[in-house]
Design a protein around this ligand. Sequence first.
Ligand SMILES: C[S@@+](CC[C@H](N)C(=O)[O-])C[C@H]1O[C@@H](n2cnc3c(N)ncnc32)[C@H](O)[C@@H]1O
Length: 187
Amino acid sequence: MNTNPHVCPAAISGILDNRVRRWLQDPRKVLVPYVGEGMEVLEVGCGPGFFTGELARLVGEKGKVVAVDLQEEMLRKVREKIRGSGLEGRIVLHRCEEDRLGVSGSFDLVFLFYVVHEVADKRGLFRQLQGLLKDGGVVYLAEPPFEVSGKAFEKTLRIAGEAGLVVVGKPKRFPDKVAVLKKGQKK
Ligand SMILES: C[S@@+](CC[C@H](N)C(=O)[O-])C[C@H]1O[C@@H](n2cnc3c(N)ncnc32)[C@H](O)[C@@H]1O
């Protein structure tokens, strides 16, 4: 069981996957601009899989989604959700450690939705992600409006920059704080 107070507990995962959120943050609308057929996607902090199924649909039969979370209970929820959906073959579920993703490969998209503010060692996370991103690959980072101030978000982007991930866009998606990053130079 997770004991880190900054991490969203699996016991309240229902607030992350419900009809109201689906209406406000339709996963397909969020993902379509960034995900295409055949892509390899790394989703860090997948939680109960609000985005995972749609990611798998969009990458198609030839694509792959590696969905990673700290909490086994979250991964179990995703497993239950995708059982019998025909998407199982495209999704690899992986339990990571707090400071070590333990993933190999190289990815076209790294998807970070409402997770980075829960990570104590952001620098370490971004360094790992820089190494896992394909040249030309993209990181999509969204942080929640209330937990993360504008100042805290800018600090996160600075840390990402020092780890070699530079901001190439800040798409507007009310009410979230969003940035798109690509590989740059490590400092
Ligand atoms: C607020 S939830 C968001 C879940 C999902 N991305 C969504 O938008 O519905 C954050 C998730 O990140 C996970 N998490 C927190 N710290 C993590 C870390 N260091 N590595 C991987 N996952 C982490 C938590 O277990 C939780 O499932």
